[in-house]
Design a protein around this ligand. Structure first.
Ligand code: MRU
Length: 330
């Protein structure tokens, strides 16, 4: 069984501390809004669907604390990370229930269940794509850690494997924070799914030499025309896959689709601290006088996407705008 990234019980949000994996398995217990916001900002919990669910429970804790009203509490959480649309959907789901005097814990629970259930449906919808395409490349971590359970990109891989497909996963290490090498590899190793971690700049080599049958990634925000933001480096992989005729799939629940954004041009791209690039595993590698730039995401144009794997099936980019359900707006 895949791991569960977070859960809520009796006024406490339990989170696996993803900064410590794979070396140590530490579960944090959070009871107030501020530590939840800090956990999202520091990537203690990360991945678009998972931060949406964590933020939903952050709103529940804020309501119990009683220091802030729904709008102020929502603002604290909105300021943590700008790119993942799910964050804003999770916050808004509970903010509106709170403002309407409804049961906020029930709203957060229902939101979490919807995300988990949609990820499972992504797995079922996407699994046939991998019945013959056995060598799959993925970038960052779009597994259970990033989504609470199942994953987005990893869900079809899990389901295809449970149906007997012999899959092999190329895992981009995903500099600077190594979500691939640390987290995706950890999830695959736990379930004994064959894989190899590769340096980010090795992906082009394997795509060109015929060692990859398909690429699948998650997303942080998808515009109506199918342009999408995902972990920095995704754009390069999509272009190289296209150049080599390798199908490129993007898997996401409906909470990642931003119906009000016509194209990817205006998607906000988070820029993180330069220290994440200047150091490797906490040790400075660049000269003391050097500075760095650290965009956490890039935006890939829809023309590089073969199909989106959604909870409601595999859709071409041109089909997205009409398929986005109304209820997902933030
Ligand atoms: O900065 P992170 O680790 O939160 O970035 C996560 C990603 O880019 C994932 O690929 C994305 O959120 C999809 S997760 C199912």
């Amino acid at each position: 069984m895949a791991v569960r990234a977070l859960w809520y019980r009796d006024g406490t949000l339990f989170l696996i501390d993803q900064r410590k994996l794979p070396g140590r398995s530490v579960v944090l217990r959070l009871r107030r809004l501020a530590p939840v916001a800090e956990a999202i900002r520091t990537l203690t919990v990360r991945g678009a669907p998972a931060i949406g669910v964590a933020a939903a429970y952050g709103m529940v804790l804020a309501r119990a604390e009683g220091r802030l009203g729904p709008d102020a509490a929502a603002e604290v959480l909105r300021r943590t990370r700008p790119t993942a649309y799910d964050l804003f959907v999770g916050i808004e789901t509970v903010r509106s229930a709170w403002a309407a005097g409804e049961d906020v814990e029930a709203a957060a629970d229902a939101y979490r269940e919807r995300v988990v259930e949609e990820c499972h449906r992504i797995g079922t919808a996407g699994a046939p794509l991998f019945a013959k395409a056995h060598r799959v490349l993925t970038h960052c971590n779009a597994g259970a850690l990033a989504t609470v359970e199942w994953g987005t990109a990893l869900a079809p891989i899990r389901v295809a494997r449970s149906r007997g497909a012999h899959l092999f996963v190329w895992v981009d290490e995903t500099r600077p924070l190594l979500q691939g090498a640390r987290l995706t590899a950890w999830e695959l190793a736990r379930e004994r799914i064959p894989h190899a971690v590769i340096a980010d700049n090795a992906a082009g080599h394997y795509l060109r030499t015929g060692a990859v049958d398909a690429v699948i990634v998650g997303a942080d925000r998808i515009a109506r025309n199918g342009d999408f933001a995902n972990k920095i480096g995704t754009y390069e992989k999509a272009v190289v896959a296209h150049e080599n005729g390798v199908p490129f799939y993007v898997a996401a629940p409906w909470s990642t689709f931003d119906a009000r954004r016509p194209t990817g041009r205006s998607i906000p791209v988070e820029e993180r601290d330069e220290s994440e690039v200047l150091a490797l595993a906490g040790r400075r590698v660049a000269p003391a006088a050097s500075h760095a730039r650290n965009p956490a995401f890039d935006v890939t144009p829809a023309r590089y996407v073969t199909a989106f794997v959604t909870p409601d099936g595999v859709l071409r980019p041109s089909e997205i705008a009409r398929a986005i359900p109304r209820r997902t707006a933030a």
